[in-house]
Design a protein around this ligand. Structure first.
Ligand SMILES: [Zn+2]
Length: 211
């Protein structure tokens, strides 16, 4: 999931106005900011299918640190504590791990059964409802989810720009839902997909914060 995560950041920012929007956006993106770095470092592993751009065909072989409910939330707690100290904002200490955990729950709707619960057991339970198996439905539902929550919770001063930004990024991500090409250009090289993921999330956070 991509833009759907950001909608949760708007809810948190609405409920807790002392939480800076950029911290909320980094929090909901945390697992997907950590994941590319760990893949590049060879700590986590994913395999792309060069013949398919579909998200359902990415094999997330091993990603317990970035994408398990328990371990990744614990890591988010450490990062939240650092941000909380740097910004002198106690609320971030509690909210940052919750924001990061929200990422797991939303991912659990779309991912196939590959999301670990604990992250530190060989017999870990893996979950995923597999909405990505239904690419068109997943594309429409994630967009509706983003639009409705943005209209209700996003700051009114930047509402139109955030709706436009979400629409633009969702369209940019369209091929991974609909499989419009028969090859996957992100499968070239080991680092292309992690870098694209990092750029996608990073760019959205920067633009949504500056708008
Ligand atoms: Zn994710």
């Amino acid at each position: 999931m991509f833009i759907g995560h950001f909608a949760i950041a708007y809810i948190f920012h609405y409920l807790f106005p002392s939480l800076p929007l950029w911290v909320a956006l980094v929090g909901v993106s945390f697992p997907d900011l950590l994941w590319p770095i760990l893949v590049i470092l060879g700590i986590e592993k994913a395999t792309m299918d060069p013949k398919s751009p579909l998200q359902k065909n990415i094999k997330f072989n091993h990603y317990p640190y970035s994408h398990s409910l328990v371990l990744s939330t614990a890591i988010a707690f450490v990062f939240g504590a650092i941000i909380s100290i740097l910004l002198n904002n106690t609320a971030i200490l509690f909210l940052f791990p919750l924001l990061s955990a929200s990422h797991w729950f939303l991912d659990a709707i779309v991912h196939r059964k590959d999301l670990p619960v604990l992250g530190f057991s060989k017999k870990d339970i893996k979950v995923g409802l597999g909405l990505w198996n239904h690419g068109k439905a997943a594309f429409v539902l994630e967009y509706i989810f983003y639009i409705i929550l943005t209209i209700v919770f996003a700051p009114s001063s930047s509402l139109v720009l955030l709706l436009a930004l979400g629409t633009l990024f969702h369209i940019a991500n369209m091929n991974s839902f609909l499989g419009l090409t028969k090859t996957n250009s992100f499968a070239k090289g080991k680092y292309t997909y992690p870098i694209i993921t990092l750029l996608g999330f990073g760019l959205f956070i920067i633009l949504a914060t500056l708008l």
